[in-house]
Write a protein that binds this ligand. Sequence first.
Ligand code: ADP
Length: 475
Amino acid sequence: MLSLHSVRFRITFWFVLTVALILGASGIFWYLSLSRSLHAEVDERLLAAARGAAGVRLELGREDLPLDLCRELAQRFELAGKKNVLALLGRDGEPICHSRPSPQDIPSPSSQILQQAALGTPQYVSVSGQQRAPLRLLVYPLYDGARINGYVVVGASLEWVERILDRLWTILLIGIPLPLLALALGGWFLADRALAPVAAIARTMESINTENLSQRLPGADEKNEFGRLIKNFNAMLEHLETSFRRVRQFAADASHELRTPLTVLRGETEVALRWTKNPEELRRILESNLEEVDRMSHIVEDLLLLAKSEVGEIPFDLKQVNLSEMLEELYLQGRVLGENKGVAVGLNLPPDPVIIAADELRIRQMILNIISNGIKYTPSGGRVDIRLEATDAGGVVTVSDTGIGMDRENLEKIFERFYRIDKGRGHGESGAGLGLSIVKWIVDAHGGSIDVDSEQGKGSTFRITLPAAGPQQQS
Ligand code: ADP
């Protein structure tokens, strides 16, 4: 559909307008140049004829001048033909003879022109009449010694010049609009072809909504501008799709996680209300309920923390933290946890303290999470080793255990929210799968990195690199 606002129309319009201006300007230039050189040619011929005629010794005062003198001169200087003229005028401008058949054809230059010619300069003048073909005249003074004794007037018809110019004009009038029309059609077609990818993008975009974010635009491999645009657009869709999927998955996982303790709570409360008479029994149920409520609060707190972290709403209380000291304290806590389970905990610190800029509470929470995971997923008799190394850029904390380990496929996913490998593996101690997501957020927010190496049945090693300069190094 033709719309004056469409890019297709505008491209074609400006393209045709530009070419029209260029062709129009050069048409005018050709026309003027040709006109000027044709007129110059005529003037040159007239001057040559007038000089030639003046070169013939003319005694204009004589009575017995031959009657056809002018005709003879015209013949001699190629001004024969009824459209040209050669005339001799006396000193006062009175006609003496002329080469034309009828006397009314004698060109009569105005007295002003004669006066100017009398000053010694030949005068050109263009004469055009209604019936007559346009004529170019040259009034050339004739001298008798130093005195002017008459004029030779030579005239050439400009008809042929005008004919050539008219023809050129016709050629331009047809020759410019026709290619312009062809250009407009070609431009319209080319603009359509060039903009076809945009139309395709617009159509696909119209059909994309949150329900079908998996759609992708074709043509991303093309090496042109549109290919890049499509590639970026597809990348954006990919990003959106992942985010939407994560949000949905997150909501589903969160409600699933909370539903289990709620069901337990509800069941136990109903049993208590209906059947339990014994206060001891009632107390036991209430204690169990409290455990479930605790569990739910934990999940909700973790969720809230992660949600806030996502929008950057959690401020960091940065200060210089002595990592060596912190690890010593965490080691003691870990030892207590490990003793309960029969898991030995070891610590290996560098000779000099490692100091980094960090939020102490968050870093403590993060490392404790890794240590307690190590203990949780290591059967009795195994061990968990905590190690700190100082590097030029900061410190590296390594927590390795001899526990149940993980296979490669799971290693990539353990930092995702609610991801748990197998609920039975932690001997009932498994949490909601949010711990490592929080760990990753804290490490990232401090400008550090975390990686894990593990083998099923052989244990795992978590390596956390923390820059000495803290988070600001990243920003
Ligand atoms: P959870 O609260 O369930 O421990 P995490 O986010 O801390 O959740 O850990 C995610 C999953 O990664 C756990 O379910 C567990 O299967 C696995 N995992 C974490 N640490 C270890 C470890 N040291 N050894 C073996 N598996 C681990």
